[in-house]
Design a protein around this ligand. Structure first.
Ligand SMILES: C[S@@+](CC[C@H](N)C(=O)[O-])C[C@H]1O[C@@H](n2cnc3c(N)ncnc32)[C@H](O)[C@@H]1O
Length: 239
C-alpha cells in the first residue's frame, strides 16, 4: 500500500466502525469485518471520501463467489495445501484467507481498492492467517509464480470480465490452475469452464435481491471455443 500512515489509520478506523465481525454464511470457520446492510455503508463511503466515482465497498461483503471458493478450500484442502495461491480481486479476502488456513505455501491477495487492502490485512489478522497484500493491477503484467489462482465474483461487469478473463486464460496456458467462484453473473463465459463444485450460498435481499445463490466453483480452461461474453448489462450493482 502506498498511502500515507494517516490515510491507513483512517481506513482502519472506517472499517472497524462500519462493520461487524461475523462469519460468512457458508464459511463458519472464518471471521471477517463485514457490513450488515448495503446502503448505509455505501453512503458512508461516498460521504467520507466525497468522490462520485468511488469504488463501491466490495470489501465489506463476502460475495457468493468468494465464499464458494473458500468452502471448496476447506472441503478439499489437498487441492490447496503446499501451493502458491493468488486470490485475485480478493475483496474481503474470504478465499485467500481460507487457502492460507488449509496450508497454502503462500497467499498473495490482490485488489486494486486501497480500502480492500486494509480490510484484507485486518481480516487476515483476525483469522491468524499469513497473506501478502497488493493493490497492483496484476492484469497489467503476465502472471507468474502461482500454482492456483482463486477469482471470486469477477464476472459482474463487462469491462472487468473483458480484461480479466483473457489474462486468467493465459495463466492457465502457462500451467497454473484457475478456479472461478461464480453465482451466475452476467459475464461468466459459457465455454471453457468446467464445474467442480456447487454450493447454495445464503445471502441477503439487500445485496442480491434473493435469499440464496446457487454458486459454482469452475475450473477455467486456457482456451474458450466461443466468444466468452454474454450481452446483458450490469453496472455497479452486482447481478
Ligand atoms: C465483487 S468483489 C469480489 C471480492 C471477493 N473475491 C469475494 O468474492 O468476496 C470484486 C472485487 O474485484 C476488485 N477488482 C476489480 N478490478 C480488479 C483488478 N483489476 N485487480 C484486482 N482487483 C480488482 C474490486 O475492487 C472488488 O473488491
Amino acid at each position: 500500500m502506498d498511502r500515507p500512515p494517516e490515510a491507513l489509520h483512517d481506513a482502519v478506523d472506517f472499517i472497524r466502525t462500519r462493520t461487524i465481525i461475523a462469519a460468512p454464511s457458508l464459511v463458519p470457520e472464518l471471521r471477517l469485518h463485514l457490513a450488515t446492510e448495503v446502503t448505509p455503508l455505501w453512503q458512508a463511503t461516498e460521504a467520507s471520501l466525497t468522490r462520485d466515482d468511488l469504488q463501491p465497498p466490495y470489501w465489506a461483503f463476502a460475495w457468493p463467489g468468494g465464499q464458494a471458493l473458500a468452502r471448496y478450500a476447506f472441503d478439499h484442502p489437498a487441492a490447496i495445501r503446499g501451493r502458491r495461491v493468488l486470490d485475485f480481486a480478493a475483496g474481503c479476502g474470504v478465499a485467500g484467507i481460507a487457502a492460507a488456513k488449509v496450508g497454502a505455501a503462500s497467499v498473495l491477495a490482490a485488489d486494486i481498492d486501497a480500502f480492500a487492502a486494509t480490510a484484507l490485512a485486518l481480516n487476515a489478522r483476525l483469522n491468524g492467517a499469513t497473506i501478502e497484500v497488493t493493490t497492483d493491477d496484476l492484469t497489467a503484467v503476465e502472471g507468474a509464480g502461482w500454482d492456483i489462482v482463486l477469482a471470486g465474483d469477477v464476472c459482474y461487469e463487462r469491462p472487468m470480465a473483458e480484461r480479466v478473463l483473457p489474462w486468467l486464460r493465459r495463466i492457465v496456458a502457462a500451467g497454473a490452475t484457475v478456479l472461478l467462484g461464480d453465482p451466475g453473473r452476467s459475464y461468466l463465459p459459457s465455454e471453457g469452464i468446467e464445474e467442480i463444485a456447487r454450493y447454495t450460498v445464503p445471502t441477503s435481499r439487500d445485496l442480491e435481491d434473493c435469499t440464496a445463490r446457487e454458486t459454482r466453483v469452475l475450473r477455467l480452461a486456457g482456451q474458450a471455443t466461443l466468444p466468452v461474453l454474454s450481452d446483458s448489462s450490469a453496472a455497479r450493482t452486482i447481478r
